[in-house]
Design a protein around this ligand. Sequence first.
Ligand SMILES: C[S@@+](CC[C@H](N)C(=O)[O-])C[C@H]1O[C@@H](n2cnc3c(N)ncnc32)[C@H](O)[C@@H]1O
Length: 262
Amino acid sequence: MPDLSYVVTTSRRSDPELVARARRWAERLGVRFVARADRSLSRLCREEGVEAGLTVTPVRVGLVIPAEGVEYFYHPSMARTRISNLRDGKGDPMVTAMALQPGDSVLDCTLGRASDAIVAAWVVGAGGRVVGYEADPLIAALTIEGLASYEIEGAGVQEAMRRIDAMQGDCVEVLPALADDSFDVVYFDPFFHEPVNDSQAMQPLRRLGVHRPIPAKAFEEARRVARRRVVVKQRAGARATEPPVAEIVSGSGSSVQYVVLE
Ligand SMILES: C[S@@+](CC[C@H](N)C(=O)[O-])C[C@H]1O[C@@H](n2cnc3c(N)ncnc32)[C@H](O)[C@@H]1O
């Protein structure tokens, strides 16, 4: 997260159980817990000298940046719709680019909300494996918690969420420690330099997430770690990356493409 200061608090209406949960979040994230004391979040942030408040409520845990009108909380984004498309035989460009099959293993190097990882976990099934790394500690904690507890309808979607092995970590540091050919597919979905127009839903994640470009050496490590292929999601029409590109699969809209590295 680009230098954002925040504290952990509860909703205005709270009880000892909620306070205890908020204190546990504060401890887990290594930030201060402050009592809400019936303050608006703007006032609380002003008085506590921070930009944002992670608010633990009976229904969810979310980060609010009052001055920017930004709220971030965990949800699986388009995963359920994409899975239902796959079930209806309509396909999914990411799955096509990965040539994903039941039983495969996938390493997601830029986990975010794990929407892509959930789709991958649904396709590979209980016999496969999806491991994901998210560099930002707060996004990682909310995604890890969300994957373990978010309740969602749709055949096999919640089960797919529960199977993902999600961790906090920078893939640039993690990849060199992995053995050759240890995953069938290694996947990257870094933030686009210029966001696509229709990605309003991505705005809060963009505000919080890590924007450092993935260095060429990480893609080289990924090719060593991937048994079958490395797939990178890009803005459509983006210039070919190094190392050389073997195939490009267009996304469902025309705004993104999936690049398969040789
Ligand atoms: C565009 S989002 C990924 C969205 C994700 N594919 C999904 O389905 O929700 C990029 C994410 O990668 C994270 N990230 C960026 N660089 C990273 C790195 N080197 N290692 C791990 N995560 C990284 C960002 O913090 C952000 O959450």
